[in-house]
Ligand binder design. Structure first.
Ligand code: SF4
Ligand code: SF4
Ligand code: SF4
Length: 318
């Protein structure tokens, strides 16, 4: 493409403008996404769970996941903490009562269901450079195989260590995690785990309503729950919300801040862009000055004279 001197200045001007406007645009893009009051959500009352693993089975069967080594009614597997993986989008873990200082929490073990938290501002989707992980308008974060390049940035980014990878699949390995049963719930069904649970541990509904319900439960049963809703604020809030009778850090929940990871990482990223634009703009402007002053033209004519045959004004090797 031939670039005239005027065109070059236009380009320089556009790049200089982009150095100012571009960072503003990027800063705007880094703002936290809009509210999530109406997002689909699930309130898990861990005090009701009996650790039967029926939710694990219903989930794995609905999604056609590989059969586990031991049957689902084998409850000894609960003795070791597990993470969701390619065979289980959700797992139940068992936590024995803890004695903390002078306090003794309930004698009964706590059973806790883990799966993707479907974050309001998901670090996995933010880290995914191809958009393979995507937050749907209703809240669930889903994965599209055709867009995934297998970089596994999502696995590193997730503060709950949720996405699993089919390492054993040489051809088409998948990133695997709870889908919130998106395709089923969109058609009016319930998530399989919610539907099957015999103890009604989970309540599915709108996020804002479930937060109200959680508060009511805590008010109605003083002393039954620790006075905290896990997921209300962690990492910018999550669609899965929890009530518990033991402190959350004692039953497998990571202690996390309120700021969503994408707000931190995108801030750094935008800062880098901002400071890289300045030298880039300087190079473009200096280049423009050199072009305007004929610097490149002088060099070109020097090159032509030295390479061409004597008497050949155009130079070249013809
Ligand atoms: S829990 Fe992890 S995988 Fe699930 S939405 Fe949040 S960041 Fe993504
Ligand atoms: S919402 Fe669906 S995919 Fe997620 S844990 Fe429950 S059954 Fe499994
Ligand atoms: S089905 Fe319900 S009671 Fe059984 S383990 Fe799952 S959440 Fe707990």
């Amino acid at each position: 493409m031939k670039l005239s001197r005027r065109g070059f200045f236009k380009l320089s001007g556009a790049m200089a403008a982009a150095s100012v406007l571009g960072t503003k645009g990027l800063a705007a893009a880094s703002k936290e996404p809009a509210g999530h009051d109406d997002s689909w959500a699930c309130l898990v009352d861990t005090t009701l769970c009996v650790g039967c693993r029926k939710c694990e089975q219903a989930c794995s069967e609905r999604h056609g996941l590989a059969k586990p080594d031991l049957p689902y009614d084998e409850l000894t597997v609960l003795e070791e903490p597990r993470r969701p993986d390619h065979r289980f989008y959700t797992v139940i873990n068992k936590y024995y009562p803890q004695h903390i200082g002078p306090l003794t929490w309930r004698e009964r073990p706590s059973f806790v269901k883990f799966q993707c938290m479907h974050c309001n501002d998901p670090a996995c989707a933010s880290a995914c450079i191809t958009g393979a992980l995507h937050k749907n308008p209703e809240g669930p974060i889903t994965w599209t195989s055709s867009k995934c390049i297998g970089c596994r940035y999502c696995m590193i980014a997730c503060p709950f260590q949720i996405p699993a990878y089919e390492y054993h699949e040489p051809l088409m390995p998948r990133v695997m995690k709870c889908t919130f049963c998106y395709e089923y719930v969109k058609k009016g069904d319930l998530p399989a785990c919610v539907k099957v649970c015999p103890m009604e541990v989970m309540t599915f509904g709108k996020r804002s309503e479930l937060i109200k319900l959680a508060r009511k439960k805590m008010e109605k049963h003083p002393g039954k729950y620790v006075n905290y809703i896990y997921g209300e604020k962690e990492v910018g809030g999550t669609s899965w919300l929890y009530l518990a009778s033991q402190p959350f850090e004692k039953i497998g929940f990571p202690k996390l801040g309120e700021l969503a990871p994408p707000r931190i990482t995108e801030g750094i990223q935008h800062g880098l862009y901002k400071y890289l634009w300045a030298p880039l703009t300087l190079y473009v402007v200096l280049g423009g000055v050199m072009w305007a002053s004929g610097f490149f033209g002088e060099k070109r004519s020097f090159k032509v004279k030295t390479r061409g045959r004597p008497g050949n004004e155009k130079g070249g090797d013809q």
